[in-house]
Design a protein around this ligand. Structure first.
Ligand SMILES: [Zn+2]
Ligand SMILES: [Zn+2]
Length: 400
């Protein structure tokens, strides 16, 4: 079977996260989104681990289902969605965590069980592991990889190209970090397969596209996700699938919409060509710091100007959260009643947000939302006009 999976989110115990980041809300919102499997995030945080244990059924397979999805007072829509395939059956979690290593590289970790999370926790040298959902650990990438492998988990760099806390801000090669190949590489919002496949050393490594969501609403959760071909819903089968490079689809932002696509100023957000930025010694005329964008960072380490996709590499499909597209089309805020009403109608009609974005017949969407259908079509056909993001400012879609 092929499942939709988002393997990197954060709980309410991480910095700058929504207090709604609870298991039951994530579970119900992930159904509306159309996700089959979601990472718990923050899998080393003691209170979060307790909440996971309390809100899910015990499991020998490493995949956890939510106890009482439908009784959740925060469930906004579930009861009214008349699609049995999106009802309670589908609240599945896998243990995941993100840590910041000694070199300030963010590492994404996927674990076999709650028990293994408790065991690894004890072996992680960290001052803030009891306080912070995404702790700092005093280990380098190679040491961390050894530890995670000893416990049969999976590890790879998170948002591998971002300028502050990623593997490629620190190293020119993944091997300088781990001495070995990681199990996967997470692309992050500012990169896609076409960009990453310019780098020779990544030719044999599966790519993940995850949301890194800090709030559970479907304009964050699953804003990037993976299609994974899996034999059964167990951690073992999941691990086999990643090892066998059975990530069969990546879905996520057009990288030009990412906050750090182009080189730019973190204060005034002006985009600055890399040659000019170097002349300016990475200081903007406004006084702000210039941050090298993901595009230029990949240019530094790339072997090829054009992508070289290995045979197993799946297609990368550009998507944007449905509420964001509706907001754009109607010129109203994402969280307004107006936009949410249309979002709800669409999800009710087609079963989930992913259905609307990727599979729903455009003529059927056009019956009530002709402009929306047009924009979804340009996503599907990859013909959007975009003003790239830079300096920490998201890129923008220009509609004509
Ligand atoms: Zn991170
Ligand atoms: Zn994160």
């Amino acid at each position: 079977m092929i499942i939709n999976a988002d393997l990197h989110i954060h709980s309410l115990y991480s910095m700058a996260t929504s207090k709604n980041m609870t298991i039951s809300t994530i579970a119900s919102e992930s159904k509306l989104k159309g996700l089959d499997l979601v990472g718990t995030g923050d899998g080393f945080h003691p209170e979060w681990l307790q909440i996971i244990e309390q809100s899910t059924k015990p499991s020998k397979t490493g995949i956890y289902s939510v106890k009482e999805c439908d009784n959740d007072s925060q469930t906004r829509l579930i009861k009214s969605v008349e699609h049995p395939e999106t009802s309670t059956a589908k609240c599945k979690f896998i243990l995941t965590a993100e840590v910041e290593d000694r070199n300030r590289v963010h590492q994404l970790i996927i674990l076999p069980s709650i028990e293994s999370a408790y065991q690894i926790r004890e072996e992680l040298p960290s001052k803030n592991i009891d306080k912070e959902g995404r702790p700092r650990v005093d280990m380098n990438g190679a040491e961390l990889m050894d530890l995670i492998k000893d416990h049969n988990g999976l590890i790879g760099p998170a948002h591998a190209f971002t300028p502050w806390t990623s593997i490629y801000k620190e190293f020119d090669s993944i091997y300088d970090c781990y001495n070995d190949a990681p199990d996967f590489l997470e692309l992050g919002l500012s990169a896609d397969t076409d960009m990453a496949d310019r780098i020779e050393e990544l030719q044999d490594i599966p790519f993940l596209s995850n949301s890194d969501a800090h709030s559970p609403w479907p304009h964050r959760l699953g804003r990037e996700f993976n299609e994974i071909e899996i034999k059964e819903m167990t951690f073992g089968a999941f691990k086999d699938a990643v090892k066998a490079k059975k990530v069969v689809g990546n879905y996520g932002f057009d990288p030009r919409l990412g906050k750090y696509h182009e080189t730019g100023c973190v204060r005034c957000y002006d985009t600055i060509p890399i040659e000019k930025a170097r002349e300016l010694k990475m200081r903007c005329p406004c006084g702000g710091l210039i941050k090298k964008g993901v595009k230029d960072r990949i240019g530094d380490i790339a072997k090829w100007d054009e992508p070289h996709h290995p045979e197993f590499r799946p297609q990368y499909t550009h998507i944007l959260p449905l509420a964001e597209i509706i907001s754009l089309v109607h010129g109203k805020g994402i969280t307004t009643v107006y936009v949410q009403k249309i979002w709800k109608e669409m999800v009710q009609t087609f079963g989930s947000e992913i259905e609307v974005l990727i599979y729903a017949p455009l003529d059927k969407i056009a019956r009530t939302e002709p402009k929306l259908a047009e924009v979804i079509k340009s996503f599907r056909e990859n013909t959007l006009n975009i003003r790239p993001g830079s300096g920490g400012h998201y890129g923008q879609i220009i509609l004509d």
